[in-house]
Write a protein that binds this ligand. Sequence first.
Ligand code: ZN
Length: 117
Amino acid sequence: MKKNKERLQCIHATKMIPAFILRELSCRELERFMEHMEECENCKEELSIQFLVEVGLNSLEAGNTFDLQEELNTALEEARKKVKIYRFFHHGLFILECIGIAAVLLLAVLFVLNFAG
Ligand SMILES: [Zn+2]
C-alpha cells in the first residue's frame, strides 16, 4: 500500500513532462519522474511526443537542424546525472546527520561521566 502511494502515477508523471522539458523540476520531483520514465513505456512515449512538439518546433523556428532522439537522450542523461548527484548528497547528508547525532550523544555521555566522576 505504502509503495503504491510513493510511486508516481502516470497521470502525475504526464503532468510533469512540460516542467521536465523546461528543466523546472526540483531534484526530488526529477528523481520520481525519472524512476517512472525508466519503467513506464506509455509515459516515455508521451515524453517523446511532447519533447518533439516543444523542442522540435522551437528548433525549426530557430532554423536549427537537430536530431530529436539525440536531444531527448541528452536531456534524459542530464536528468539521470542530476538525480545521481542528488541521491549522493541526500545520502551523504543522512550519514553526516547520523555522525552529528552520535557526536552529540557522545558529548552528553562524556559530560555526565565528567560530573559523575
Ligand atoms: Zn506512466
